[in-house]
Design a protein around this ligand. Structure first.
Ligand SMILES: [Zn+2]
Length: 234
């Protein structure tokens, strides 16, 4: 592990969210020597057009294990049901205790402007957990841990008022990202959305904007936007 590379906790509402929208960020940091963990709040088991949840859920779990091996990160799954996921106090408790256990410098989350209610709940409970994890409270296990920064990578379902605040050059890991995504049946040609076309295209467009081949656009939730610097970054 390289101390100058921040450790990351990436929280996705459904399996696949973290890999497709945050995976290139994770791969970039893993290649630089950083440590990362993906937390899937649900298995996304309700999203297949024909496979029942009891079949698709375990399949998705195996897909995320394969993805994590390729990205070079750890992976955990929370036991919440996909359909109807609404965050809630048990999810908050589990996230607080996970943050205190893995001690991330940076948390990646859903942008709080989604057309998917599950993503909005996931983003809300994650920001809440980041806040609570930093304070002493006997209701939660573990020592307080303060996360230093929260970023929301672009997600096609979280578009409202999404404006990137910075762009991460992921040109050297784009193949790793694509390989990890292709472990998921969902990204091998879902009939309802061309995931890889969208994300690779968006990363290509962002890269053109900042003069590299591929870049991930990341927004900062308003509550985490204020930042103290000693001199203006340039
Ligand atoms: Zn999702």
């Amino acid at each position: 592990m390289t101390e100058s590379v921040p450790s990351i906790l990436a929280v996705g509402a459904h399996t696949g969210d973290a890999e497709v929208s945050m995976g290139a960020v994770i791969a970039r940091h893993a290649r630089a020597g950083g440590r990362a963990t993906i937390c899937h709040l649900t298995l996304g088991e309700g999203g297949h057009p024909s496979k029942p949840p009891e079949v698709y859920g375990p399949q998705r779990q195996e897909e995320t294990k394969a993805s994590a091996r390729i990205l070079g990160c750890d992976v955990v799954w929370f036991p919440f049901a996909d359909i109807g996921f609404a965050g809630g106090p048990e999810c908050l408790r589990m996230l607080v205790e996970l943050i205190r256990k893995v001690k991330p410098d940076v948390v990646l989350s859903h942008w709080p402007g989604s057309l998917h209610s599950g993503h909005n709940h996931a983003g809300d409970v994650t920001l809440h957990a980041v806040e609570v994890a930093g304070f002493r409270n006997p209701a939660f296990e573990g020592e307080p841990h303060r996360v230093k920064a929260v970023y929301c990578p672009e997600n096609w379902e979280d578009p409202f008022h999404f404006v990137p605040a910075l762009y991460l050059d992921v040109s050297d890991v784009i193949d790793v990202w694509e390989k990890s995504c292709l472990e998921h049946e969902l990204f091998q040609g879902a009939p309802f959305f061309p995931y890889l076309q969208y994300y690779k295209g968006a990363m290509s467009a962002h890269g053109a904007r900042v003069r590299c081949r591929y870049a991930v656009g990341l927004a900062v939730p308003p509550v985490y936007a204020p930042r103290k610097v000693e001199i203006l970054p340039f």
